[in-house]
Design a protein around this ligand. Structure first.
Ligand SMILES: Nc1nc2c(ncn2[C@@H]2O[C@H](COP(=O)(O)OP(=O)(O)OP(=O)(O)O)[C@@H](O)[C@H]2O)c(=O)[nH]1
Ligand SMILES: [Mg+2]
Length: 301
C-alpha cells in the first residue's frame, strides 16, 4: 500500500490510537525505511499535520544518520528534541504600560475562550494588576452572565452591554472605561465562530479595527484558543482566524483530558506563533505557561 492508501485505511481507526502506536514502533520497530514511514503515518494521523510530520521525519532521518543511531528506541529522544525545538518559538509577552495591555481571545465554538479569559484575568490579578474583562460575546445572554460570574471570582471588572448589541461597541466602551479607571489589562472574550462563516470573521475584523482606532497599537495579544481534541482541520481554522486578525499566540485547552493536542505542532508550524498557555482544568488556576520540552515528551509518551 502507498501512503495515501494506508492513511485511508488508518482513518477508520481512532485518532488517539496513532500516537499510542508510536510507543510500539519505538520499542519494537527496527530502524529501517518501514519504521520511518510508519512514524510519518502515525504523526499525521495523530494530527501533527502533514507538513510538520514530513519535516520532522525528514530531520529524524538525517539526525539518525549523522549520529549513527542503530535502533528505533534511540530515535524517540531525538524526535522529542525536534518537536520541542519546533515548538520553542520565542514569545513576546508585552507588559502593561501607561496604556492598558489589550488581549483578545478568539476561536471556534466551545474551545474554551470564556474560561481562558477568566483564568488569564486571575493570573494578572495574582500579579497585582487591575483587570477588566470585556463581554464581547453578545450573541447569548448566558455568555454575558457566565463572564460576569467569572469576573467576580477572579476579582476583575466587567464591561458588558445588552445581548444582541454590536461587540465592537462593547470594546469601544471598555477601552474608554479602562482609561478612566486606571486599568492595566483588558481581556476581551469573543463569541465562538466557525472559521468559514465570512460575516462572523468580518465582525472579528471590525472588533480589531475599532480597538486599534481607540488605542493605536492594540490589541497587543491576540490569542487563538484551541481545544486539544481538535483534529486536522485545526490548521485550516488557524489560517482563517489569522487572516482575519493577526494571531500572536496560541492557547491549548483541555489538556487534562485524553487528547494530547498534537494539532498545535502543525498550527504553530504554519502560523509561526508560540503556544503561550495550556488549559488543564475548569478552575481559575488551571492555566499554565507552555513548556515545549514537557509537551513534546508527553506527546510521544
Ligand atoms: N477540562 C477542561 N475543561 C475546560 C478547559 N477549558 C475550558 N473547559 C470547559 O469547556 C467548556 C467550554 O468552555 P468555554 O470557556 O465556555 O468555551 P468558549 O470557547 O467560550 O465557548 P463558546 O463561547 O460557546 O464559543 C466549559 O465546560 C469549560 O469548563 C480545560 O482546560 N480543561
Ligand atoms: Mg464563550
Amino acid at each position: 500500500m502507498n501512503l495515501v492508501e494506508r492513511l485511508k485505511a488508518g482513518l477508520a481507526r481512532s485518532r488517539e490510537g496513532f500516537l499510542r502506536r508510536l510507543d510500539h514502533l519505538f520499542r519494537e520497530g527496527e530502524l529501517n525505511e518501514e519504521f520511518f514511514e510508519s512514524l510519518e503515518e502515525a504523526l499525521i494521523l495523530g494530527d501533527v499535520g502533514v507538513e510538520a510530520a514530513l519535516k520532522l521525519v525528514e530531520q529524524l532521518r538525517r539526525e539518525t544518520g549523522r549520529r549513527k543511531v542503530r535502533s528505533a528506541v534511540e530515535t524517540r529522544e531525538i524526535l522529542v528534541e525536534e518537536i520541542a525545538a519546533m515548538l520553542s518559538l520565542p514569545e513576546e509577552r508585552p507588559e502593561p504600560g501607561r496604556d492598558p495591555l489589550v488581549i483578545l481571545l478568539v476561536g471556534v465554538n466551545g474551545s474554551g475562550k470564556t474560561t481562558t479569559a477568566a483564568k488569564l484575568a486571575y493570573r494578572y490579578r495574582q500579579e497585582g494588576r487591575e483587570v477588566l474583562l470585556v463581554a464581547g460575546d453578545t450573541f447569548r445572554a448566558a455568555a454575558i452572565d457566565q463572564l460576569q460570574i467569572w469576573a467576580e471570582r477572579a476579582g476583575a471588572g466587567l464591561i458588558k452591554q445588552q445581548p444582541g448589541s454590536d461587540p465592537s461597541a462593547v470594546f469601544y466602551d471598555a477601552l474608554n472605561a479602562a482609561r478612566a479607571r486606571g486599568i492595566d489589562v483588558i481581556i476581551g472574550d469573543t463569541a465562538g465562530r466557525l472559521h468559514t462563516r465570512v460575516n462572523l470573521m468580518e465582525e472579528l475584523k471590525k472588533i480589531n479595527r475599532v480597538i486599534g482606532r481607540v488605542q493605536p497599537g492594540a490589541p497587543h495579544r491576540v490569542l487563538l484558543v484551541i481545544d486539544a481534541t481538535t483534529g486536522h482541520n485545526g490548521i485550516a481554522q488557524a489560517r482563517y482566524f489569522n487572516d482575519a486578525v493577526p494571531v500572536t499566540g496560541l492557547v491549548l485547552t483541555k489538556l487534562d483530558g485524553t487528547a494530547r493536542g498534537g494539532i498545535v505542532v502543525g498550527i504553530q508550524d504554519v502560523l509561526k506563533v508560540p503556544v503561550c498557555y495550556v488549559g488543564v482544568g475548569e478552575k481559575l488556576d488551571d492555566l499554565l505557561p507552555f513548556d515545549a520540552a514537557d509537551f513534546a515528551r508527553a506527546l510521544l509518551a
